[in-house]
Design a protein around this ligand. Structure first.
Ligand code: ZN
Length: 380
């Protein structure tokens, strides 16, 4: 994927139509009142900012609709903001302070459908609350506090398209020269405030079978493509489940199946699509191929390898069941350490009941402060 750096119009402060390679701006009126006061004030700040970011429908492809509200939070932090065009009306956002030594990152897009935020006390419900607007708020509150403590060299990156094809994280590779001195990237996803041990790979397979069409009243003249596919899948269901000590079990999902043309025709074709959360040294594909019927064919549609992240001593780690941009973001910091963590739970992400609480956000902030200072001081 080829990323282009072009000028950006929404936040342009002057009538500049010269389309420079990047459009860089510095906020003029920083607000230093929050979230440094009390814990309650910090929790309110976190909930308020998360709610504001959730008001915009930023379903994948519409990320730019969230830029004005995001910009106003970045203005509070006196950030230097740079927009990187990834596709028409879709921009990654890089905010920097000084010469970055630590990068925070998460994604700007959300899954459909858009669910406007609803707040009740400590509870904030709606699309993006934990995946991943709450991550943005927790990370920016952390940066604000680090700046107040005298850490001057930080960066924050929001990327588009994480929920579909990671187009934003891929394009962000072009920003790497500005982040070359970073010692790590912290990628925000709802991990219940634990550090992910790594992430399983994503292996997409297609199982195809071919048959011969015939009138359903005379099946002896044809050959069904569907029965061999069903038998193949049944044999695969009986396979043992392999387990990686750091990444957990290798699981697979039969997500899509199709075949045949009409109820009264012997089906001449059938196919099934599988999504495998693969582990290191996976043999799943070979085993699936071995179990294929004579009329079957197996195709690999895509593969992202699994990764195990280096542990950070003194922090709680856990296996997470989902993929993220973390491996792609590592390229931004010269292959240095990547840490995947954040408030909220994946159990409600992508559901109609998505939520985050002020308590989770505050614990996420506490975790990020401890993690960032550990990494910046070279204690990991
Ligand atoms: Zn996410």
């Amino acid at each position: 994927m080829c990323a282009r750096h072009v000028g950006f119009s929404v936040f342009r402060r002057r009538p500049d139509f010269s389309a420079p390679d990047t459009d860089t701006m510095t906020a003029s009126q920083p607000d230093h009142t929050a979230p440094n006061d009390t814990s309650a004030a910090r929790t309110s700040w976190l909930l308020d900012r998360t709610e504001a970011l959730c008001r915009d429908d930023t379903t994948t492809g519409r990320e730019d609709q969230g830029l004005p509200n995001l910009r106003s939070v970045l203005d509070e932090l006196d950030a230097k903001v740079q927009l990187q065009q990834v596709a028409p009306n879709r921009h990654n956002v890089l905010a920097t302070w000084g010469k970055p030594k630590l990068l925070f990152s998460t994604h700007l897009d959300t899954v459909p459908p858009f669910l406007p935020p609803r707040r009740s006390g400590d509870l904030l419900q709606g699309r993006g609350t934990c995946d991943a607007k709450g991550q943005i708020a927790a990370q920016l509150a952390t940066i604000k506090e680090l700046l107040a403590r005298g850490h001057t060299d930080l960066a924050w990156l929001g990327v588009v398209g994480e929920e579909t094809d990671s187009i934003g994280a891929t394009a962000a590779g072009a920003l790497a020269p500005q982040l070359a001195e970073c010692v790590a990237v912290i990628n925000g996803e709802p991990t219940e405030n634990k550090l992910a041990t790594g992430q399983r790979g994503s292996l997409q397979l297609q199982l195809l079978t071919k048959g011969v069409a015939a009138h359903s009243g005379m099946p002896e003249l044809g050959h069904s493509a569907l029965w061999p596919l069903l038998d193949w899948l049944q044999r695969m269901r009986e396979l043992s489940c392999e387990v990686d000590p750091d990444l957990g079990p290798e699981i697979w999902n039969l997500g899509v199946m199709s075949g045949g043309a009409a109820p009264n025709i012997i089906p001449a074709h059938a196919d099934a699509r599988l999504f495998v959360r693969s582990i290191r040294e996976s043999t799943f594909e070979q085993r699936a191929r071995k179990l294929a019927p004579k009329e079957g064919e197996l195709k690999q549609l895509s593969f992202t390898p699994p990764e195990v992240f280096a542990r950070v001593p003194g922090f709680e780690h856990a296996v997470v069941p989902f993929g993220s941009d973390a491996p792609r973001l590592r390229q931004l910091v010269g292959g240095q350490r990547v840490v995947l963590c954040g408030p909220g739970t994946i159990k409600v992400a992508h559901t109609l009941d998505e939520y985050i609480t002020g308590t989770e956000l505050t614990l996420g902030y506490d975790l990020l402060i401890k993690l960032a200072t550990t990494l910046l001081e070279g204690r990991a």
